[in-house]
Design a binder for this molecule. Structure first.
Ligand code: PGA
Length: 246
């Protein structure tokens, strides 16, 4: 259960979130919990999560280890800050910051090299879905992105399916739509890495996940977890999502 805070919260707000959130998920042994705040909040988040099973991730990384790349942050820097995960290729990065399947692959490899678990995002636009091209687009993103990984690398990633039309819009994919897309992604992964490896990989669903729809999404066989934006900003609502079985 991963929270993507996007460009929200200061270090002080991060500390306050963790103080409220920690006791609410203290008994959650059924899942991994990852919170991905903005870069300036990483240190506070790591500090606030100490002694709990909550893990911390970044939202992006650059593929060089260091160098003259003003404004960028590398995998080793994120790892050194105590984070364990990093989101790669989120649709907002693709849409507003020129991210492509090729750069997603470079960032994914860099994350693995730094000892981070990449949460690699794929998903179709509304125009793709309306044109009946969802499956083709997902396959394309897999082919040019994730499929560049070798078997060992592939086994260490997490995939997030996020239909772009469902992100921040309040329009959740129905559990059936999400499950269909997850099955397409898993089949594509199976073609490249074998059905065993594809069955083992975790595929998260993201896009307007809320406390009241998490149960029906998680009931789908192919949905292994969720990547939550807006509803992860509030400690109570994210804790309700994390604690969905109870
Ligand atoms: P949302 O965002 O839950 O606010 O729709 C999901 C995401 O972009 O990861």
């Amino acid at each position: 259960m991963a929270g993507n805070w996007k460009m929200y919260k200061t270090p002080a707000e991060t500390r306050a979130f963790f103080e409220a959130f920690r006791p609410l998920v203290a008994a959650a042994g059924h899942c991994e919990i990852v919170i991905c705040p903005p870069f300036p909040d990483l240190a506070v988040a790591v500090d606030s999560a100490r002694g709990t099973s909550i893990q911390v991730g970044a939202q992006n990384l650059y593929w060089a280890k260091e160098g003259a790349f003003t404004g960028e942050v590398s995998g080793p820097m994120i790892r050194a800050a105590g984070a364990t995960h990093v989101i790669v290729g989120h649709s907002e990065r693709r849409q507003y910051f020129g991210e492509t399947d090729e750069t997603v692959l470079k960032r994914t490899v860099a994350a693995l090299d730094a000892g981070l678990t990449p949460i690699v995002c794929v998903g179709e636009l509304l125009e793709h879905r309306e044109a009946g091209r969802t499956e083709a687009v997902l396959c394309q993103q897999c082919l040019h992105g994730i499929h560049g990984l070798d078997e060992r690398q592939f086994a260490q990633i997490v995939i997030a399916y996020e239909p772009v039309w469902a992100i921040g819009t309040g329009k959740t994919a129905t559990p059936e739509i999400a499950a269909d897309a997850h099955a397409v992604i898993r089949r594509e992964m199976g073609n490249r890495y074998g059905t065993g490896a594809a069955a083992d990989i975790r595929i998260l669903y993201g896009g307007s996940v809320k406390p009241d729809n998490v149960k029906s999404l998680m009931a789908q066989d192919d949905i292994d977890g969720v990547l939550v934006g807006g509803a992860s900003l509030d400690a109570k609502s994210f804790a309700t999502i994390v604690n969905f079985p109870s």
